[in-house]
Design a protein around this ligand. Structure first.
Ligand SMILES: [Zn+2]
Length: 384
């Protein structure tokens, strides 16, 4: 028995059958809204159940409830608003009323049909304060919110097609992972969220979790990246190298999830857990400073917030950051190693990147040689 989807039922809203035919005949005359890739990704995630029980972009009631209480208006935990913005000019040019269907386009490609339920405005500074705990536009999530339109459109949607996805063959949707876990006979699954190539610290944390569950879902987020980040395909290759050499056969499912990253720290940690519950995970590994950026959040804030959600329906796993201890002679963490700082060798992602960027292999207590090889053999492992 994998976990129940959030809210009890997996959402699937893909335009099919008669409604699709009607749409195809009429879409030329329907109001259109061109959206950026981030919203097209949200639309596909909504339609494929990643954000169950949401069936579309949030209406004002849910939006305000999520902002103020971290719960939907029906009291179900939800921490990150999923909203669709538009400009006032666009709205005024359209003459819309509730019940109207709007075609969402990405690069002129029809992505989804939104059935309009609600049009409202948002206070972006308040939004930033609540979601990101800062109004500082230097925070990348806040900056992104400030750039969005002033009007929000709420309503259920139906997917026409997802935006083009170069990693389609690595993508599994919640319906698919659930079938897969069932076939494997897994009853407990720990999900691991990442945007990085694995070093020994990650492996330690994953194996600590795997000691107690049947299977592991390694779930890299693909999507928007900044300069110097590892390319998505490099992350996949690195994990394939790691799991094929250092994990027992058949205990890991590696799949990519295209979902927007907000860097909302603690709130986003809960969001990531809810999303993995929809994929069928029963446990979620929460990192130190999970989904954080800069110094906006305390190192363990992303752990503390879970106390507010005893009804989440997925168990957070708080595994302390691992380091190599020269006295223990292996990877350990503060909970299991009594030795002082002078014996602890911490693995720094920044340092690893510097080594790999030079085409060199990091020391073996930092990164498995097969993983390093998979990265440096790629012609262009970093985003430029
Ligand atoms: Zn030690």
């Amino acid at each position: 028995m994998v976990s129940r989807p959030h809210g009890g039922r997996l959402v699937r809203r893909v335009l099919t059958g008669r409604r699709r035919e009607i749409f195809e005949a009429q879409s030329g005359e329907m109001p259109r809204l061109e959206v950026p890739l981030e919203r097209a990704i949200d639309a596909e995630d909504l339609a494929r159940g990643v954000f169950s029980p949401l069936e579309g972009f949030m209406v004002e009631d849910d939006y305000l409830s999520v902002l103020n209480r971290m719960r939907l208006s029906n009291d179900l935990p939800w921490t990150i608003p999923i909203v669709l913005d538009a400009t006032r000019e666009w709205l005024e040019s359209q003459g819309l009323s509730p019940g109207d269907d709007i075609v969402l386009l990405y690069n002129e490609l029809p992505i989804a049909v939104l059935t309009l339920e609600d049009v409202y405005t948002w206070d972006k500074r308040l939004h930033a304060e609540k979601v990101f705990k800062t109004r500082d536009p230097g925070h990348p999530g806040v900056e992104a919110v400030y750039k969005r339109g002033d009007i929000l459109l709420g309503g259920r949607l139906e997917l026409i097609q997802g935006p083009p996805n170069p990693l389609e063959r690595y993508t599994l949707w919640p319906l698919e992972t659930r079938v897969l876990f069932k076939e494997k006979g897994w009853r407990t699954i720990a999900a691991f969220q990442t945007r990085n190539v694995p070093h020994l610290g990650h492996e330690y944390v994953q194996k600590a979790a795997l000691t107690f569950v049947d299977g592991l879902l390694v779930h890299p987020l693909s999507g928007w990246k900044k300069k110097g980040d590892y390319r998505d395909e490099v992350i996949i290759r690195a994990y394939e190298a790691l799991t094929s050499h250092y994990y027992p056969r058949g205990v890991v499912v590696l799949s990519v999830l295209r979902m927007n990253m907000n860097y909302a720290g603690p709130r986003e940690a809960v969001h990531h857990a809810i999303v993995r519950k929809n994929f069928g995970a029963t446990h979620f590994i929460v990192g130190r400073d999970h989904a954080g950026v800069g110094s906006y959040y305390g190192p363990y804030e992303a752990w503390e917030i879970f106390r507010e959600f005893p009804d989440l329906g997925i168990t957070p796993l708080f595994v302390r950051e691992a380091y190599y201890c020269t006295r223990c002679g292996g990877m350990v963490n503060e909970k299991v190693c009594p030795h002082g700082e002078e014996y602890r060798v911490r693995i720094s992602g920044t340092r690893l990147r510097e080594i790999l960027r030079r085409g060199e292999r990091p020391p073996e207590y930092m990164m498995r040689p097969e993983v390093a090889e998979a990265i440096i053999s790629h012609p262009n492992p970093f985003i430029e």
